[in-house]
Design a protein around this ligand. Sequence first.
Ligand code: 4AD
Ligand code: MG
Length: 479
Amino acid sequence: MSYLPIQQLLKTAPIGTDVTVKGWVRTKRESKNAVFIALNDGSTINNIQIVAEAGQLPEETLKLITTGACLAATGQLVESQGAGQAVELKIAHVQIYGPADPDKYPLQPKRHSLEFLREIAHLRPRTNTFSAILRIRHALAFAVHKYFNDNGFYYLNTPIITASDAEGAGEMFRVTTLDATRPPLTEDGQVDYSQDFFGRETNLTVSGQLEGELGALALGKIYTFGPTFRAENSNTTRHLAEFWMIEPEMAFYELEDNMNLAEDFVKTVIRYALQHCADDLAFLENRLKEEEKTKKKEEQSEMSLLEKLQFVISNEFVRLTYTEAIDILVNSKPARKGQFQYEVSWGVDLQSEHERYLVEKHFKKPVILTNYPREIKAFYMKQDEDGKTVRAMDVLFPGIGEIIGGSQREDDLDKLTARMQEVGIDPETIWWYLDTRRFGSAPHAGFGLGFERLVLFVTGMGNIRDVIPFPRAPKQAEF
Ligand code: 4AD
Ligand code: MG
């Protein structure tokens, strides 16, 4: 008797074979002549239908077969008489592994709201929507590693506990080994945080970039793919306190090479998902179509999920400078009519409403914006000759806004230290970073892709907390 995951079984097992399936009951339906059980084991969005003749299963067993219960069923694979599935399992034997009291089990065979499911994040992977998202997330992660491996990059693991603030933005979670009940005190009675981590002040990393640069200036092309942490108290649908970031860093790349890589990379991983997650994407597309129907006509999206993904991989991203973008925005209808919440002029940091105007209304394509004012970007970006802008690039996506942020890096030691002093970063604190500019410096560039923003785009979901198994955000850190 063979045991196969349902995904393989539906694809490969010939009609007539005896098989065992194991999984969780999605629904049970009883008719006069038969009982139909939809079973799912998480390997695919598709359930297997198990059929028992009326009276075939003992009453006590039947009672335990409820939504959420886990069981193993053995029987013969036969052609299905009903619509909706090609094959079904004619049951010969069933073993209940674990019942799920229907009066207490939080998941019912109906559509629950995403808000409710967020409150039961420990069980939501058992729903169709979340299992589909998690399988797509897995496929995208695999595609990321495959892309870099195929293109000669080395996977570099950068530290999670660090003393540096890579972005210089100060949005860090402190790491401590202090005994909170008896913390060491300074002479004036304050908690002595300089003793945090075995005698050093440390935090959870906001980005692996600085260490990634060390790797690139030794191995040529590297990438990181790890958790990063931001202590920004932002309750938006695009921000998490803990998210996964992919950061490639390449020696001898300039801004243009960096843009080419970012575009090719993001298109390739989306194409991979389209090729390998067809069933799950089709399920999410239908789900979205249902959701769209509840919206007003003018708010309904013009493209379906699959059309949107196809559109992004088959069109060139628009590339323009920040200065050109400001020109467009200043002369746009919403700016003239005062409809932007935040005013826009040269020098301001673009808000998501501005980014989305450019992408969704003006160009109707993904956009790469470059050469931002130095004042609104991080200290490590290479300064342009005009003395005003830096070689930054942000990739903006429809429905998402910024999905990638990157730049060519300042490789001139004097310019870099002067900029650090201007923004108040003591060069001594990252002497090891500056060593790469002291010894064998080279032009180099890189970028960071927020993995959850990519998953958000590919799944068409609306809230970033729904595309990570265990979201960490203000008031959300239980398990
Ligand atoms: O633009 P950011 O802050 O850039 C960096 O951290 C650079 N060190 C990257 C590099 O050049 N190697 O972040 C990069 C990306 C953003 O474009 C966004 O997709 C994502 O990370 N991101 C977040 N995703 C979820 N929640 C948050 N709080 C995020 N902050 C940034
Ligand atoms: Mg950014």
